[in-house]
Every structure is written in C-alpha cells, then in structure tokens.
Design a protein around this ligand. Structure first.
Ligand code: HEM
Ligand SMILES: *[C@@H]1O[C@H](CO)[C@@H](O)[C@H](O)[C@H]1NC(C)=O
Ligand SMILES: *[C@@H]1O[C@H](CO)[C@@H](O)[C@H](O)[C@H]1NC(C)=O
Length: 490
C-alpha cells in the first residue's frame, strides 16, 4: 500500500477512536455544553461572573452538569440536594481533592488541605482530635479567643476614635488565635516576626486567588513557561515553613510527653509513639506542611469575614442596635462575653450566621475529586474527575432564605425570635472534607464581634446609605472593598 494512504488511514482511525472514546466517556458523565478542542467550554464561562454562569448552566442542564476547563471534564454540583447527596450520602467517593499544582508543589502532597488518600485520612483524624483535645484541655481554646478579644479592644482603643482601616487589626486577631493553638504564644500586634508572618500569609493567599494562578491550575504546563508568580508564592510559602520549623525545633527541646502544651506537642508525642513506622505521617516534614495549611486556611478567611461583618453592621444600624441591646441585656458592661452567652442571644447568633451566609466567602468551596469510579444519580463519574461544589447555590437558595440577596438576621430566626438552625448553612462545605476550623471560626466570630460591640460604637465615614459593600472580587473568594471607619468607645 502507498505509505501516504497508510498514514491517512491510521490517522483517521486514531481520530475516530478518540472521538468514540470521548463520546462513550461523555455518555456517562452528567450533561453539559459541547466542548471545543483544547479550550473546552472556557469560552462559555464568564470568569468575571462565575456565579451567574454556573446558575445559568444549572437552568439548562440541571443540578449536576459537566463543564470542560480545557480538555478536563469537571462536574459541577448545584443546589442543596445535589451537594448533600454527594458530600454526605456519597461522602467517601466525593472526599477526594481536585488538583492545585501550585500548592501541591509547595506542600509536596503533605499536610491536610491538598493531601489525598491515607495521608489525608490520618492527618485529618489527628487534626480533628487534637483540636478537640485542646478545646477541652486546661487552658481551653475559648479562653484563648476571649483573651485575644481583649487585646483586640485594647488595640482599637489606641485609635482614639479617629478614622482607621480595620484590615490590619482584624488580621492580627485570628492569626494570633492560630499561633496560640499551634505554639502556645500570641504576639504583640507590633512584633516584627508577627508582622512579617502575617504579610507572607497574605501574599500567599493573594497569589493563590489571582486569575493567573487559576489558569495555571487548569493548564499546569504553563507554570514551567511563566514561573514568575509561582516563584514568589514558593518563596513566601518557604518563609512561613522555615519560621514554623524553628518553632518545632524549640518544642522538641522542651517537650514533656506527659504534659502537651499545644498542637505541636501533641504531634511530637504521637511521633515518639509511632517511631519506626515507615508509612507514618508523624514526621517533621508532615508537621510543617500541616501547620502551614492551618495558617493559610485560618487567617485571611476569618479576617475577611470580620471586616465584612463590620461593614454590614455599619450599613444596617437598626440591626446593630438590636445586637447591642441584646449584649446590654445578657452580658452587660462588666464582664467579657463567653460562648455560654450565645444560647441567650438568638438575635446576635442569627446575625453572625447571616454574615457568613450573605458574604458567601468561598463561592465554590475548594475543588473536590471522586476517589473511584462513582455511580451518582444516573451518571458514572470516572475516578479522579474534578468536582466543583457551588456553595453559593445553597447559601443563596431563595426557598430556604427568601430574598437571599438581602442581609437579614431573620433568615435564621423563627416567628418567636428563637434561633433557627438551617441545613443550608454551608459556608464551611459539608461531609468528610468540611472545614476543620468551623467551630473555632464560630467561636471567634461570636466572641470578637460581641466584644467589639460591647466596647465600641461603629461609625462609618459616610452616610450608611452611601456605604459601598460590593465585594471587589468574588470569583474564587469574596474580598471586601477597603474602607475606613471609627471605633468610638462607649
Ligand atoms: C470564616 C472562616 C472560614 C471559612 C468560611 C472556611 C471555609 C472552608 C471551606 C469552604 C473549605 C473546603 C471544604 C471542602 O473541601 O469541601 C475549608 C477547608 C479547610 N479549612 Fe476552613 N474556613 C474558614 C476558617 C478556617 C480556619 C480558622 C481554619 C484553621 C483551623 C481552617 C482550616 C481548614 C482546613 C485545614 C481545610 C482543609 C480540610 C480538608 O481538606 O480536609 N479554616 N474551609
Ligand atoms: C445568564 O443568562 C441571562 C439570561 O439568559 C443572560 O442575560 C446573562 O448574560 C447570562 N449570564 C452569564 C454570566 O452567562
Ligand atoms: C513574597 O511576595 C512578595 C510580593 O508578592 C515578593 O515581593 C517577595 O519577594 C516574596 N518573597 C518573600 C521571601 O518574601
């Protein structure tokens, strides 16, 4: 046969084969728009308004659909039913983590947030148990948060009621809470080590949320061609890790196995017990990645939520007045708020939940993946397929929360003014990968906000009506606009 004909024939055969494989594969995946070669569905997705795009697709294709980011299929879960069914009823299958090459390269697959399989399972179990142990220990986490709330007030008093940008101070408090859990000491808000730690954490988060970084994650091959922002990320990440490694070394020298002081001690004690096990997660490298994860996951998230809470409270003075009335009534002026108070403060509790619902900090959570070929509804999702969980679709569900675009603590109150729990409250996602910091966050938000409102009147620099609360970015994580305000002592 003519060699040319052979080439043409085999090429067409290969082409047919690839079409056939694609279409038979697609037949089992959930429905979705037809992908173009190489770019997939990128051209149909409005990156500036992903929320609206995802909502639009769900209207055409239903609550479970497939989008192609490049040549990779990604399953999107939209709405409470689909999320609950996947993350809770099929918890094990959907507990995988989607790939995040930039972060994985830095953490080398160790740690908690982006690890997989048995490493993730063991790390998760240790973390959840240790946070619980520290919570009920002698010096409980609640006390640490209360103490930090008093430092926060002290720092805010120093502003003397003059205009200030709360961004920085609101970042210090949650970072200090993590510091005191992990290595037992907090820092002065002017401490140089502390300031550079916070700065590096901020840089890392900022880089991870740039659109550029998201494109790298979809097309990791580009990373090798444009290493710029990857290197900056890597440098900042390494700075944090090295700093934490030093803290670990100090702990090793002063370890008392009968008396764990903090998170690092618990880990080191476990490490002694597992000595000799080759597959253990109890190595210093794992510990560094794990606590770096906790810093990266736990600082900016809480700080951003606090900043948004201040903005919303200033925007809605009648809501703030009701919260302050409840504080006066239940706590008074002479002692610090504690978690026990929350049961008697349904309105304040509802306000805090409403802040988290309304701002929708992490509109699509963190990418998941299925851990095996998964039969879900009538589809078959192949092992390793990326899964996006639209938390927005649950937090802004208009049946559960009428007028979801309105900030209204009434969304979490019943007709008698009692606090009303909702299964749709999913800012931390749900199931096996649910945020490990969720109870810590609830504590921080309640104690920090009530302590601030017990001590200060919040004053915007403009009329509340003119206060702009539109997020500057809400694609991958919701970021509030920068603003100034006054804290007037009461
Ligand atoms: C307002 C504050 C916070 C919000 C809204 C938030 C939200 C989330 C969300 C949506 C996820 C992804 C869950 C999933 O994969 O389905 C997550 C994971 C995680 N969060 Fe948070 N988080 C917050 C604060 C914290 C804090 C304070 C810590 C530290 C103690 C923390 C540690 C983590 C870790 C380690 C993971 C990864 C868990 C895993 O992959 O198994 N977060 N968080
Ligand atoms: C969503 O659909 C509406 C109405 O069909 C359309 O006007 C809008 O441009 C779409 N938005 C996005 C982001 O796809
Ligand atoms: C951290 O990030 C900043 C800005 O993104 C960069 O200038 C700096 O060189 C990075 N590295 C270190 C070690 O701080």
């Amino acid at each position: 046969m003519d060699p040319f004909v052979v080439v043409v024939l085999s090429l067409s055969f290969l082409l047919l084969l690839s079409f056939w494989r694609q279409s038979s594969g697609r037949g089992k995946l959930p429905p979705g728009p037809t992908p173009l070669p190489i770019i997939g569905n990128f051209h149909l997705i409005d990156m500036k308004n992903i929320r609206q795009s995802f909502s639009n697709f769900s209207k055409t294709y239903g609550p479970v659909y497939t989008l192609y980011f490049g040549s990779q299929p990604t399953v999107v879960l939209y709405g409470y039913e689909a999320l609950k069914e996947a993350l809770i009823d099929h918890g094990e299958e959907f507990s995988g983590r989607g790939s995040f090459p930039m972060f994985e390269k830095a953490s080398k697959g160790k740690g908690l947030g982006f690890s997989r399989g048995n490493v993730w399972k063991a790390t998760r179990l240790f973390t959840v148990n240790t946070l619980r142990n520290l919570g009920v220990g002698k010096r409980t986490i609640e006390e640490k948060v209360q103490e930090e709330a008093q430092w926060l007030v002290k720092q805010l008093k120093k502003t003397n009621g003059s205009p200030c940008d709360p961004n920085f101070i609101m970042g210090c408090a949650p970072c200090n809470v993590i510091c005191s859990i992990i290595f037992q000491n907090r820092f002065d808000y002017e401490d140089k080590d502390f300031l550079s730690l916070i700065k590096k954490v901020n840089e890392c988060i900022k880089i991870l949320s740039t659109p550029e970084c998201q494109i790298f994650n979809a097309l990791p091959i580009l990373l090798d061609y444009c290493p710029g922002s990857h290197n900056i990320f890597f440098k900042n990440y390494t700075y944090i890790s090295n700093y934490l490694l030093e803290k670990i070394k100090e702990h090793e020298d002063s370890l008392d196995v009968t008396n764990p002081r903090d998170f690092i001690d618990y880990f080191l004690i476990q490490r002694c017990q597992e000595n000799g096990n080759r597959h253990t997660i109890y190595t210093l490298e794992h510990l560094v990645s794990l606590i770096t994860d906790l810093f990266l996951a736990g600082t900016d998230t809480s700080s951003t939520t606090m900043q948004f809470a201040l903005l919303l409270l200033m925007k809605h003075p009648h809501i703030t007045a009701k919260v302050q009335e409840e504080i006066d009534h239940v706590i008074g002026r002479h002692r610090s708020p504690c978690m026990q108070d929350r049961i008697h403060m349904p309105y304040t509790n509802a306000m805090v939940h409403e802040v988290q619902r309304y701002i929708d900090l992490s509109p699509n959570g963190v990418v998941h993946a299925v851990t095996c070929d998964t039969k879900f509804r009538n589809y078959i999702i192949p092992k390793g397929t990326t899964v996006i969980t639209s938390l927005t679709s649950v937090l802004h569900d208009s049946k559960e929360f009428p007028n979801p675009e309105m900030f209204d603590p009434g969304h979490f109150l019943d007709g008698n003014g009692n606090f009303k729990k909702s299964d749709y409250f999913m800012p931390f996602s749900a199931g096996k990968r649910m945020c490990v910091g969720h109870s810590l966050v609830s504590m921080e938000l309640f104690l920090f906000l009530t302590t601030i409102l017990q001590n200060f009147k919040l004053k915007p620099l403009v009329d509340p009506k003119d206060l702009d609360i539109t997020p500057v970015c809400s694609t991958f994580s919701t970021i509030p606009p920068t603003f100034q305000m006054r804290f007037i002592p009461v």
